[in-house]
Design a protein around this ligand. Structure first.
Ligand code: DGJ
Length: 647
């Protein structure tokens, strides 16, 4: 085996992550490193990968020529010693060696072929599965070997429970220019009786998605959906002795399965594993399903923590060492809000939850977040063991001024990111469901400390059409998805279709520029922005004015011309691609100088199969006679602009 290892480029001295990086970029899965468990994860990965048939074949390819030219010494010696006399019968021995080699080759070929054809799809396709990879400082979703930008929409909660009901939804989704549909899948329908699975709904969704050129992103509605456990199957709901519920202070059971029960987690995890296994079997080669959301908006409400005897007992115990050491190791880079709370309690490194984090609902929330994360991690772990797709969790955000218990607390919220990362390393990233108007602020919060931004739910209003541009342009988002997509009507449907049309055209360029600081998103923050926003890109400063009606009533009316925003990509030293709506931009050199920046040319156009096709040559009134660039409100355009300097 020593030969095989060397031939595969693995030395005993390199770190596991080095080894993987060296063995080819496609094998390095950075999604894990963002949780700070890179080596542990990759170590596991290495073991997996070297039992992988592709490696067997690679090893085989290296090994066979060697052995056919010169028999491996060990084996030659074995034959020699067993034949006792070495020199008197060299010819006979050569024949033996040759025969031995032939047998070895036959066995290895047979094993290789068997491994290639007989193993489950996951085994043969692992490096082709949808996965996350790092580009610069962005994380990209790779589908069928290429980075993929999710232009998504999430279905209303009950829509995907009926294939019949779904029938008119598919053409609508296509007309909106979506490439990915986020679909709830329901534990209660998948496992109506314990251990009896029914995947007919899932199969129907996959089939229709393929017919309509859509990718799917299933949402695992299981133990928790918006904090509650309404999607647990009847056999779980009705057996509270076996599947305990969270209890309030009076000992009354809530509509929430307890996060502290092994039976609860096992039941959910086994169902999820069966679901993922099924996906592997029916979709392991096609990759219609590209990523999975585990549970939905996990959270604790209306109390800040579970009050059952088990929960109380755990609350009085020391903070688990896994969490403590995670925090100690990353003390300087923790999310500032979380770090401040720990600092205020004296940065203690051992003690009960209240000793380490202080007394109050904020500590209750940290405690619950840890146990929610552990539960979710177990579910994801069993699922990933069956079929390793990227997995994430989503959060209901906090209304200003609300305290833990008043909002669905302890979910994957920004201030709890470190707890979730420590507790759920199997989860690739944490996502916000953004229904609040301060969209940009929530995007920033979810991009802290390397968490990739993906927005599985957003308010389906006209602003969503520009928010998509901002998320992708400013935060290298993996994708964007307004909620209840099947119900959007004009003007939202028209705006969103236009926005996604432009983003679809630009997707190859956007993906090429992700993580390279050559792209920015443009979005007005606050009701009015009189002073132009200054944006630095390349060697220029862009002065961006958002062209919207001035009154705040007109702005909040969310009419098509009340929205503005977009993105800009620096495609050359003096050349930019602008896309969006309602923007007016003037240019200056990055640092103050005595030269003036002028517009050399501004072309309207499209991208067709990734190639620029120019349309109108904009000048005169369209550029204010060469003084500014303008993307008019009410529609989405692309412009290619060249700048020059004069004195
Ligand atoms: C957020 C949830 O995640 C969705 O399932 C849905 O209930 C929406 N809220 C409703 O606004």
């Amino acid at each position: 085996m020593g030969r095989i290892s060397r031939a595969s480029g693995v030395s005993g001295h390199a770190s596991p992550s080095d080894r993987l990086r060296r063995s080819g970029p496609e094998l390095y899965s950075p999604g894990h490193s963002i949780f700070g468990t890179e080596d542990a994860q990759i170590e596991g990965g290495i073991a997996d990968r070297f039992s992988h048939p592709r490696h067997l074949l690679r090893a085989f390819r290296v090994w066979v020529p060697e052995s056919s030219v010169r028999p491996p010494k060990v084996r030659y010696a074995l034959i020699s010693s067993s034949s006792k006399t070495i020199s008197p019968r060299p010819v006979k021995m050569m024949i033996k060696v040759k025969r031995f080699n032939r047998r070895v080759i036959t066995v290895v070929v047979a094993c290789g072929l068997l491994a290639t054809f007989a193993l489950p799809v996951q085994g043969t396709q692992e490096n082709l599965l949808p996965h996350l990879r790092r580009q610069g400082n962005a994380t990209q979703l790779v589908v069928d070997g290429k980075p993929f930008l999710i232009l998504g929409g999430e279905l209303g909660n009950s829509t995907s429970s009926s294939l019949e009901y779904m029938r008119p939804v598919w053409p609508k989704v296509v007309s909106l220019n979506l490439n990915t549909l986020l679909v709830p899948v329901y534990w209660e329908l998948i496992e109506p009786a314990e251990g009896k699975f029914d995947f007919s709904l899932v199969d129907g969704l996959i089939q229709e998605a393929r017919r309509h050129q859509q990718r799917l992103l299933p949402l695992w509605f299981a133990s928790w959906k918006n904090s509650m456990s309404c999607y647990a199957p009847a056999w779980v709901k009705t057996d509270q002795r076996r599947f305990p519920r969270a209890q309030d202070a009076a000992g009354r059971g809530m509509e929430i399965l307890s996060a502290f029960s092994k039976e609860n987690v096992d039941a959910d995890a086994h169902a999820f594993a069966a679901f993922m296994r099924h996906l592997r079997e029916v979709d392991g080669n096609d990759h219609t399903v590209i990523m999975v959301q585990v549970e939905n908006e996990i959270g604790m409400i209306p109390d800040s923590r579970e009050r059952s005897a088990v929960a109380e007992k755990l609350f009085k115990q020391p903070v688990p060492t896994e969490l403590m050491s995670y925090l100690v190791e990353r003390k300087e880079t923790l999310i500032p809000e979380f770090r401040a709370a720990w600092a205020a309690a004296g940065f203690k490194t051992r003690g009960t939850w209240e000793e380490v984090f202080g007394v109050g609902p904020k500590t209750d929330e940290i405690f619950m977040a840890w146990y929610f994360a552990r539960f979710t991690n177990r579910v994801a772990q069993l699922g990933a063991a069956e079929y390793k797709l990227p997995m994430f969790v989503n959060a209901a955000l906090i209304r200003p001024g609300y305290q833990p218990g008043q909002y669905p607390s302890a979910g994957p919220l920004p201030h709890l990111m470190d707890v979730w990362r420590a507790g759920a390393p199997q989860i690739d990233f944490l996502s916000p469901d953004i229904y609040f108007p301060n969209f940009a602020e929530w995007c920033r919060k979810y991009q802290q400390s390397g968490n990739p931004l993906f927005i599985p739910e957003a308010a389906p209003n006209p602003s969503s059409a520009v928010n998509a541009f901002y998320a992708v342009g400013q935060h290298d988002a993996i994708g964007f998805s307004p909620f209840a997509i099947e119900s959007v009507e004009e003007p939202v449907s028209k705006l969103l279709a236009a926005s996604y049309d432009v983003l679809k055209q630009l997707a190859p360029l956007i993906l090429e520029h992700q993580g390279k600081s050559s792209m920015v998103g443009l979005l007005p923050e606050g009701a009015e922005q009189r002073v132009p926003q200054k944006v630095r890109l390349g060697s220029y400063t862009l002065n961006v004015t958002y062209e919207r009606p001035t009154s705040s009533t007109a702005q909040s009316a969310q009419t098509p011309d009340a929205i503005s925003g977009g993105l800009v990509i620096s495609v050359g030293p003096d050349e930019f691609i602008f896309a969006g709506t309602g923007l007016v931009i003037t240019f200056e050199t990055e640092t103050p100088s005595d030269v003036t920046v002028g517009i050399l040319s501004a072309q309207e156009g499209k991208y067709v199969n990734g190639q620029w096709v120019s349309g109108r040559w904009l000048n005169g009134d369209q550029t204010h006679q060469g003084r500014h660039l303008r993307l008019v409100p009410g529609k989405f355009d692309i412009q290619r602009v060249k700048l020059y300097h004069y004195r």
